[in-house]
Design a protein around this ligand. Structure first.
Ligand SMILES: [Zn+2]
Length: 116
C-alpha cells in the first residue's frame, strides 16, 4: 500500500483503487487521532500525578502527540481500509476498474503512486 510515506493509488496486484471516494481518508485520520491521542493520554496522564515537574510532563506529552500520529499514519489507513472493505465489499465496478487497470500495464509496475 505504501512506498515510504507515499501511498499507492491502486493495489499493485489487482488494481483496486485505495481511495474509494473523495474524502475517503477522513475516517483514517480520525482513527489515527483517537487511538494515538488516547495512547498518549494513557502514558502521560499518570505522570501528571507522579510529582514530576510540569514542564517535563508537558514536553513529553507534546513530543508523544507529535510523533505517535506520524508513526501510526500508515497503519491507520490500512486499518480503515480493512474495516471499510469488511463493511462495504468492493463493488463490481471497482473490481472491473481494477482488472482493466492492471491488465493494461506490465507487472509488477501495475500501480501508480499518489504524490501529494
Ligand atoms: Zn489487491
Amino acid at each position: 500500500m505504501f512506498d515510504g510515506l507515499t501511498m499507492w493509488e491502486t493495489c499493485p496486484a489487482c488494481g483496486f483503487p485505495f481511495e474509494r471516494e473523495p474524502g475517503y481518508w477522513t475516517s483514517a485520520v480520525t482513527l489515527n487521532f483517537m487511538t494515538t491521542g488516547g495512547f498518549a493520554l494513557l502514558l502521560v496522564g499518570p505522570l501528571a500525578y507522579s510529582g514530576l515537574p510540569v514542564l517535563l510532563v508537558l514536553t513529553l506529552g507534546i513530543v508523544l502527540a507529535a510523533l505517535l500520529p506520524l508513526l501510526c499514519f500508515r497503519h491507520s489507513k490500512a486499518i480503515w481500509l480493512a474495516i471499510d472493505l469488511h463493511i462495504r465489499p468492493p463493488t463490481t465496478f471497482e473490481r472491473l476498474a481494477g482488472f482493466l487497470h492492471v491488465s493494461g500495464q506490465h507487472p509488477p509496475a501495475g500501480s501508480r503512486r499518489h504524490d501529494s
